[in-house]
Design a protein around this ligand. Sequence first.
Ligand code: HEM
Ligand SMILES: *[C@@H]1O[C@H](CO)[C@@H](O)[C@H](O)[C@H]1NC(C)=O
Ligand SMILES: *[C@@H]1O[C@H](CO)[C@@H](O)[C@H](O)[C@H]1NC(C)=O
Ligand SMILES: *[C@@H]1O[C@H](CO)[C@@H](O)[C@H](O)[C@H]1NC(C)=O
Ligand SMILES: *[C@@H]1O[C@H](CO)[C@@H](O)[C@H](O)[C@H]1NC(C)=O
Ligand SMILES: *[C@@H]1O[C@H](CO)[C@@H](O)[C@H](O)[C@H]1NC(C)=O
Ligand SMILES: *[C@@H]1O[C@H](CO)[C@@H](O)[C@H](O)[C@H]1NC(C)=O
Ligand SMILES: *[C@@H]1O[C@H](CO)[C@@H](O)[C@H](O)[C@H]1NC(C)=O
Ligand SMILES: [Mg+2]
Length: 269
Amino acid sequence: MKFLPLPFIALAVIVGVKASSANIDWSAHQWQAPGPNNSRGPCPGLNTLANHGFLPRSGTNITIPMILDAMDEGFNVQPITILRASAKLGLLTTDNIDNFDLQGLALHGTIEHDASLSRNDFALGDNIHFNETIFTTLNNSNPGVDYYNTTSAGQVLVQRLEEDKIANPNLINTQKEFFVRVGESALYLSVMGNATTGVAPKQFVQIFFREERLPLEEGWKRSDVPIDDDTLSFVTDEISNVTTWEPSGAVVCPWIHLQPEGRVTLVQG
Ligand code: HEM
Ligand SMILES: *[C@@H]1O[C@H](CO)[C@@H](O)[C@H](O)[C@H]1NC(C)=O
Ligand SMILES: *[C@@H]1O[C@H](CO)[C@@H](O)[C@H](O)[C@H]1NC(C)=O
Ligand SMILES: *[C@@H]1O[C@H](CO)[C@@H](O)[C@H](O)[C@H]1NC(C)=O
Ligand SMILES: *[C@@H]1O[C@H](CO)[C@@H](O)[C@H](O)[C@H]1NC(C)=O
Ligand SMILES: *[C@@H]1O[C@H](CO)[C@@H](O)[C@H](O)[C@H]1NC(C)=O
Ligand SMILES: *[C@@H]1O[C@H](CO)[C@@H](O)[C@H](O)[C@H]1NC(C)=O
Ligand SMILES: *[C@@H]1O[C@H](CO)[C@@H](O)[C@H](O)[C@H]1NC(C)=O
Ligand SMILES: [Mg+2]
């Protein structure tokens, strides 16, 4: 019998560890609040991964492979189409060639959009940090029970938009923003709750948004079921199905901000 060359064995070991990444050493991934020099942005998912050291705690110089590995390790989120695309769009928010900072993701119009669940609109102030007032709508949804689900998530999307139509005369609400917002709602339900049904304990979701922490002590567990295109599309479809939506405002075509310097390009919808 021949011996395998050493590099091959090393590779096999790395692949083996990745494949069984359910065996996560949580003691090496404890929550730590970000320091004043750590970059955090408008995404509670990526901020949480950085606060637990699945992404660099600095929040800077993040590459696409780092994102894909961190989502897998921390959440059992697989390279879902919408997230692969988001990770690539992240590169448009910086002049760095192959990496970006979490705070830079707040570039309005690349991924960042109005009518967020927990952040203010760009035109109204701070579109980066958690805002308790904005979060009230989601926090208080699905009254009488201790979980959020696809029905309540859809209602919250509609209600945040109605609130914003009053608060922000320059609100941008095209198909692109709606698509992203539905995806993000499916993500908080899937990552904090049951990825198959889209039912998530309120307590877990609230800790995820407020503290950007995995509620491990409270009983949260990383999903046993890989969160992939199949599970996510079921949850997004259920949310979309209960949500009436129409574009509104001055911008009717989907648009995208292509670089930090601020050129905006209209894309035919
Ligand atoms: C498993 C991974 C992820 C989870 C669980 C997640 C979750 C979320 C959630 C729930 C929101 C909505 C926040 C709100 O409306 O207040 C959000 C927003 C955002 N996410 Fe993520 N996300 C993930 C991955 C990513 C990736 C890969 C990128 C791009 C590199 C990204 C960029 C953003 C941005 C820019 C926003 C701000 C959008 C806005 O509300 O205006 N996220 N994310
Ligand atoms: C943050 O950066 C500033 C400026 O470089 C430095 O003076 C300060 O010590 C840093 N703070 C921490 C906690 O690293
Ligand atoms: C790392 O990020 C910092 C801050 O954005 C940036 O100045 C630096 O150029 C980045 N490094 C690389 C190799 O892109
Ligand atoms: C949070 O949002 C509300 C509503 O727009 C605003 O009045 C308040 O100033 C914001 N709070 C912070 C700390 O930015
Ligand atoms: C958030 O919702 C919980 C119920 O899940 C409620 O007890 C709490 O008072 C709410 N917090 C805020 C700040 O509205
Ligand atoms: C979500 O929860 C509410 C309150 O219990 C319930 O009325 C609704 O049917 C649930 N939605 C789904 C899709 O199960
Ligand atoms: C998710 O919900 C399904 C359907 O109710 C159930 O069979 C499954 O055990 C749940 N998963 C977890 C982790 O609770
Ligand atoms: C959503 O609605 C479509 C069209 O009515 C239906 O075919 C589909 O099964 C629904 N999906 C879910 C997950 O409810
Ligand atoms: Mg926003």
